[in-house]
Write a protein that binds this ligand. Structure first.
Ligand code: F0G
Length: 322
């Protein structure tokens, strides 16, 4: 039977026997060795494939804890602002818990994520403005007391997201030499740093942001003002910036060399790794945060369109050969 994240890590999470566990079978995601990219980049590369979480992003790790605790505390409704993945996750866990979810998404959120939140029965409000404006509004509304905020400003989210580090260290049998992950609002970087601190491990965290935060094509990390900037800085994480072209190249390479189709923002870590010699020879874990189907528009734009052929073996053979 599937072991929920809360069951697997119960002793390290802010839950008790009285907490109703709201689970969709999150966590315990694959840690995949990447032989081709390891060879190309001169590192021992491992990919933490977080798209295999129930709503196809790492957000579910924190959401199971946040929604379980909200239910325990007698909440009726949750609210979040989101570039898309948090809203899909909040919608799913709220549905599972029988709570109402109100999700505020930036008008520019990727289509697949919006469809998820809509289908899952959330009240989806597209805010005129960017993510930062939506987050301010969500916080203000949560302060009124009718909704529990389930953004990563909720400490239960951070607590749940620490478990990715626990899994990696447990499964490798030893800590890697470095963790590399995308940096949007900084909640995940904060979680990773916290987990490493608790384990007493001095492993560097490389946190990779867009060089053009307000406009990047990587819509999940299109955040001008990261809410966790201060804790990211205090954590000692190494922050790097990558350009959109580098993200797209890494994104295509991850798909074609290793078979992982992620959304563009999820390739930010690999984009940094491809452009640096700093980690040569190291065992590196790159977190791939969300699924490619979340943002079909990006794939439509950057991947070659299908070639139209007649159902004729000769024509197909010619077309297949390129
Ligand atoms: N990767 C994906 C797929 C994301 O959805 C996000 C954030 C990040 C990386 C960045 O992580 O914010 O913890 O530094 N998405 C948020 C959302 C902002 O609303 O879904 P972070």
């Amino acid at each position: 039977m599937t072991v929920s994240l809360i069951e697997r890590f119960r002793d390290r999470l802010p839950v008790s026997a009285a907490t109703p566990v709201v689970s969709l079978g999150e966590g315990s995601t694959p840690l995949l060795h990447a032989p081709r990219l390891s060879e190309k980049l001169g590192v021992d590369l491992w990919l933490k494939w977080e798209a295999s979480n129930p709503t196809a992003s790492y957000k579910d790790r924190g959401m199971t804890v946040a929604v379980s605790k909200a239910l325990e505390d007698g909440a009726r409704a949750v609210i979040c602002a989101s570039t898309g993945n948090t809203s899909a996750s909040a919608a799913a866990y709220a549905a599972r818990a029988g709570l109402t979810a109100v999700v505020l998404v930036a008008e520019s959120a990727a289509r697949g994520k919006l469809i998820q939140a809509r289908a899952l029965g959330a009240r989806v409000l597209a805010v005129r403005g960017d993510f930062d404006a939506a987050l301010l509004a969500a916080r203000a509304l949560a302060d009124r007391g009718d909704h529990v905020l389930v953004n990563s400003l909720n400490p239960n989210r951070i607590a749940g997201q620490r478990t990715a580090v626990f899994e990696v260290v447990e499964e490798l049998g030893a800590p890697p030499d470095a963790f590399v992950l995308p940096y949007g609002g900084g909640g995940n970087t904060t979680s990773y740093a916290k987990a490493l601190g608790e384990l007493g491990l001095d492993v560097p965290v490389h946190s990779v942001e867009s060089a053009d935060r307000p406009r990047t094509l990587a819509s999940a990390i299109r955040i001008a003002e990261p809410a966790h900037a201060a804790s990211v800085e205090a954590s000692g994480a190494n922050v790097h910036a990558v350009k959109d072209e580098e993200i797209v190249d890494a994104w295509l390479e991850l798909a074609r060399d290793e078979g992982l189709f992620c959304e563009p923002s999820s390739a930010a870590g690999l984009a940094y790794l491809r452009g640096t010699g700093e980690l040569r020879g190291a065992r590196v874990v790159v977190t791939v945060t969300g699924h490619g189907l979340k943002d079909p528009g990006a794939a439509d734009f950057h991947a070659p369109p299908p070639i139209v052929v007649d159902p004729d073996p000769d024509a197909i053979s010619r077309a297949a050969a390129g």
